[in-house]
Design a binder for this molecule. Structure first.
Ligand code: BGP
Length: 477
C-alpha cells in the first residue's frame, strides 16, 4: 500500500466561495463581498473609492453574497461528502462572522455557533475538519481603518481572533492552517491582505510589509495553538510553483531559481524560523523596510509550523529571453511562459502531473516537514447531458494522474504526506474570476455566472470515481 492507513482523503472549500449568507446572523462585510465577477477581478476590476466609502447597498452582482448557499445547506453537502468517504474537509472560518469588524471587543456568538454546527456535522460523519484561519478575506472595516495587513495593528486583532476560535473549537478541530497561499499576497494584495495600493511604486514594499506582518501573526498563532491545543497540528500554506527553465541556457535556469526564491521565501520563514539570507540582501538592495525587529525574529524562530501544506494546479516555464517572456500564459497570476510540452485547461493553466511529484520532492527536501496537498483539481466547464448527468472524464483523468504522482512520491521517493484534499469538491465560486462555470466539483451545483439557478446539487461521474479511490486508499485509480 502506498498511502498510509490514516491518509486524510477529502476535499477543500473556503468560506467566502461557498457560504453566502454574507450579512446573516451578525456577519460583517468582508473584503471579498465587494468583488464583482469577471476575469481579472483581483487585479483590474477594482474600485478603491467605492470600497473605502462604505457603500451599504452596492449595485450589481456580487458572487460571494450567496455563493452556493453552503451556510444553509451544509448538512446536505456534508452527507454527500460522507457518501464519498471523506476523511477530512478543508474549509475556512470567515473572520467577519466571528468579529464583524475585526476589532470588536466581543465575538459574535451566532457566528461561533455556525461553525460549531458545521464541525459537529463533520465529526458526526467521521470527517476531520482542517481549518484555514484566513482564506483570502478579512473584515472590510480593517481595510477602511488600517489598510489591511500593511499595518502592524492587525497582528493582535488576528491573534485574538485565532485564540477565540482555538478556545471554542479545541475539542473539534485538530488540523489548522494559518494563511491560505501566503505567497499570493505579493501578487494580489487586496485579496491576500485587505490592502489597497494607491501608488504602484509602493506596491512591492507594501506587499512585503503586509507579508511580514502576516508572518509574525502566523508565528504567534502557532504559539497559541501549541499552548492551547497541544494535540492539534498547525501548518502553513503556499501556492506551489513548479517551474522549468525554458531552455538549458544558464540564464534561464537562474530565472527559475529566482522564481523559487521569491515563491518560497515566506514559507521558509514559517517552516525554518528565519528569512533566507538572500532576502535580507533583497530588502537592502530594494530599499524595503518591513519593520523587522529583534522581538519578531525571536517569535519567528521559536514558532515554526508542524507541517507544510500547499496547492498545486499547474506548472510553468521561465525564460530570460524578453521575446519568449512576452508569451505569458493566461493562467499565471505571476511569472511563467507557455511550456510547449504541456496542454492547458480552458483557463490556460498548464496541466502537469509530474510537476506535482517534483513539488512534493522539492518541498520535502527543502523543509523536512510532513506535507499536505490541500488543493489540486481541474477547473472546467461541465455540460449536463439530456438527463442532466455530467460525464466529467476530463476531471477524473486530471485527478487520476495527479494522485498517481503523489503516490509515486510517497512510495518511491519517501515523501511524508499527510493527506490530499481536492479543491472545490463541490462546485463553488472561482476566486480568480468569480465564475460558477469554472467548476472543480464532484458535485454539481445548479447556479450560473449571473446568480441564476436553483442551487440544487447532484453527483457527477467523478463523484463515484473519487468514492472508489478513497475506499481503496488510492489503489483503485
Ligand atoms: C487557489 C485558492 C482557492 C481557489 C483555487 C482555484 O489559489 O486558494 O481559493 O480558488 O486557487 O482558483 P480559481 O478559483 O481561480 O480557479
Amino acid at each position: 500500500m502506498a498511502f498510509p492507513k490514516n491518509f486524510l482523503w477529502g476535499g477543500a472549500i473556503a468560506a467566502h466561495q461557498t457560504e453566502g449568507a454574507y450579512l446573516e446572523d451578525g456577519k460583517g462585510r468582508s473584503t471579498c463581498d465587494v468583488l464583482h465577477g469577471g476575469k481579472g477581478r483581483l487585479t483590474e476590476i477594482f474600485d478603491p473609492q467605492a470600497i473605502r466609502s462604505n457603500i451599504k447597498a452596492p449595485r450589481g452582482y456580487f458572487p460571494e453574497h450567496i455563493a452556493i448557499d453552503f451556510y444553509h445547506r451544509f448538512r446536505e453537502d456534508l452527507a454527500l461528502f460522507a457518501e464519498m468517504g471523506f476523511k477530512t474537509l478543508r474549509t475556512s472560518i470567515s473572520w467577519a462572522r466571528i468579529f464583524p469588524n475585526g476589532d470588536d471587543a466581543q465575538p459574535n456568538e451566532k457566528g461561533l455557533a455556525f461553525y460549531d454546527a458545521l464541525f459537529d456535522e463533520c465529526l458526526k460523519h467521521g470527517i476531520e475538519p482542517l481549518v484555514t484561519l484566513s482564506h483570502w478575506e478579512m473584515p472590510i472595516h480593517l481595510t477602511r481603518k488600517y489598510n489591511g495587513w500593511v499595518s502592524r495593528d492587525i497582528i493582535p486583532l488576528f491573534v485574538n481572533y485565532a485564540k477565540t476560535v482555538f478556545a471554542r473549537y479545541k475539542n473539534k478541530v485538530m488540523y489548522w492552517l494559518t494563511f491560505n497561499e501566503i505567497n499570493m499576497t505579493l501578487h494580489i494584495p487586496f485579496l491576500g491582505s485587505g490592502m489597497i495600493v494607491d501608488d504602484p511604486a509602493q506596491k512591492e514594499s507594501m506587499c512585503y510589509t503586509a507579508c511580514h506582518n502576516q508572518l509574525v501573526a502566523s508565528a504567534l498563532t502557532v504559539r497559541a495553538c501549541h499552548k492551547m491545543l497541544p494535540n492539534a497540528k498547525i501548518g502553513s500554506m503556499v501556492t506551489s510553483m513548479t517551474a522549468y527553465p525554458y531552455t538549458c541556457k544558464p540564464e534561464d535556469n537562474w530565472e527559475k531559481l529566482e522564481l523559487e526564491f521569491a515563491n518560497y521565501c515566506l514559507t521558509d520563514v514559517q517552516a525554518r524560523g528565519a528569512y533566507p539570507s538572500w532576502m535580507k540582501h533583497f530588502f537592502v538592495s530594494r530599499k524595503i523596510n518591513v519593520g523587522i525587529n529583534a522581538r519578531d525574529e525571536k517569535i519567528l524562530r521559536e514558532n515554526t509550523v508542524d507541517f507544510v501544506s500547499f496547492g498545486y494546479y499547474a506548472s510553468s516555464a521561465v525564460s530570460s529571453d524578453p521575446v519568449i517572456r512576452s508569451q505569458k500564459t493566461t493562467g499565471n497570476v505571476f511569472g511563467g511562459v507557455q511550456n510547449p510540452y504541456l496542454k492547458s485547461s480552458e483557463w490556460g493553466w498548464q496541466i502537469d502531473p509530474i510537476g506535482l511529484r517534483v513539488a512534493l520532492n522539492f518541498l520535502w527536501d527543502r523543509y523536512q516537514k510532513p506535507l499536505f496537498i490541500v488543493e489540486n483539481g481541474l477547473g472546467a466547464r461541465d455540460m449536463p447531458d439530456i438527463n442532466g448527468e455530467i460525464h466529467d472524464d476530463y476531471r477524473i483523468e486530471y485527478l487520476r494522474e495527479h494522485i498517481r504522482m503523489a503516490k509515486a512520491a510517497v512510495e518511491e521517493d519517501g515523501v511524508e504526506l499527510l493527506g490530499f484534499t481536492s479543491w472545490g469538491c463541490i462546485d463553488l465560486i472561482s476566486a480568480s474570476t468569480g465564475e460558477m462555470s469554472k467548476r472543480y466539483g464532484f458535485i454539481y451545483v445548479d447556479r450560473n455566472d449571473e446568480g441564476g439557478g436553483t442551487l440544487r446539487r447532484w453527483r457527477k461521474k467523478s463523484f463515484y470515481w473519487y468514492r472508489d479511490v478513497i475506499a481503496s486508499n488510492g489503489e483503485q485509480l
